[in-house]
Write a protein that binds this ligand. Structure first.
Ligand SMILES: C[S@@+](CC[C@H](N)C(=O)[O-])C[C@H]1O[C@@H](n2cnc3c(N)ncnc32)[C@H](O)[C@@H]1O
Length: 187
């Protein structure tokens, strides 16, 4: 049976296969790097989850280019655990992280056994670059039933939500880490 890299979609063969579902080009350093990612101080600095998810009032000049604020991986772990406990929603095995950054969310998903495809506008050393989500016409792989899960640039949150809903098939889920104020917005 043919195997493909879950990150970039490359066909795996003896030369480029790093592990099940992943080629050498896309490999991340396994358990060690995963551990490192967790040990980072995500709460104390100005690029923390709380900036990403909106608990901090930062001024415009502090904004990173393309709104690049990586998400604390623990936030997703808590979310997935809660989903399991609550029941009712079962994510697809195939998940598209459409603004993957350096892969914080993708790595957690893959660690939990999901088949993840990761894209971003910018090359941040992870996943596939040069994919402008807002102008994409179709999913990277139409055959599969993808859910979309990400933490989009908040400035364009509405556009990302609308685009994700447009691209997903009926019955699939769109999950976005957003500021709670998003729910209060008129639009
Ligand atoms: C808030 S960061 C989140 C990164 C990652 N999802 C995470 O949670 O760690 C937003 C990401 O969106 C990417 N981005 C911005 N505009 C984009 C677009 N139009 N299409 C695809 N990616 C975009 C940025 O390059 C950045 O990596």
């Amino acid at each position: 049976m043919e195997e493909y890299c879950a990150v970039c979609g490359a066909k795996l063969d003896k030369d480029n296969k790093y592990m099940d579902n992943m080629c050498w080009d896309c490999k991340f350093g396994g358990a060690e790097e995963y551990e490192e990612m967790h040990q980072k101080d995500w709460t104390g600095n100005s690029k923390s989850t709380f900036v990403t998810l909106g608990a901090s009032n930062h001024v415009e000049h502090e904004r990173a280019e393309n709104d690049y604020y990586a998400t604390d991986p623990h936030a997703l772990e808590i979310f997935l655990e809660k989903l399991k406990q609550d029941g009712g929603i079962t994510l697809s095995h195939n998940i598209w992280e459409c603004v993957c950054g350096n892969g914080n969310l993708s790595k957690v998903l893959m660690k939990q056994g999901y088949n993840v495809i990761s894209t971003d506008l910018i090359d941040r050393g992870y996943g596939m670059a040069n994919y402008d989500f807002l102008t994409m016409q179709e999913l990277p792989d139409q055959v599969r039933q993808w859910d979309i899960l990400t933490n989009p640039p908040y400035k364009y949150a509405k556009e990302f939500v609308e685009k994700a809903l447009e691209l997903t098939k009926d019955g699939r889920y769109v999950i976005m880490f957003l500021k709670i104020q998003f729910l209060e917005g008129k639009a």
